[in-house]
Design a protein. Sequence first.
Length: 186
Amino acid sequence: MKPYPKYLDWLRYLSAWMLYFYGVSKLTGHQLVVPAWVAQKPIGSLDGYTLTWYYFGYSHAYKYILGSIQVAGASLLLFRKSALFAATMMAPVMVNIVLINLFYSITAGAERTALFILGCMLLLVWHQREALFRVLWTSQSPESGSRQKHHWIIRALILLFVLGEVILGTVMAHQQGHFYSLQKGH
């Protein structure tokens, strides 16, 4: 087994501290809160930042779940034995936060913080990639030879169904749009 680099310990601790900060802020009502006067403004006058905070802050349950996930991830990052679990749990959460920050014009500081935490999670996963690969791929039992054909047929049917839904949905949306444009013209 490879030695555990000291810098990963520091990145774990720093990421945990940041995740605690953001998670506890959500749990205590200091994050994803929009002043009441914002609800009185026309929606078209709001910027991406305000819309995003209003949208995500609308559901208290969502805010508490996200805050709890961040606190749980932070807690797991404090220990080497649970760091890989924490990193695999937090990486998709952080990807989502990074994408929201980038595409909805959340402050540059929040973008950088989210990217830093995501980078740390990816470094932790990368350091343990062989163990993760063993758990997720190598140690998984394959389909038996007699059932492989059956599984391939099911996969093909699922993909054909999804492809049919995409084609049908596209055609229907196009026809519906054409129908509405005809109605507007009359």
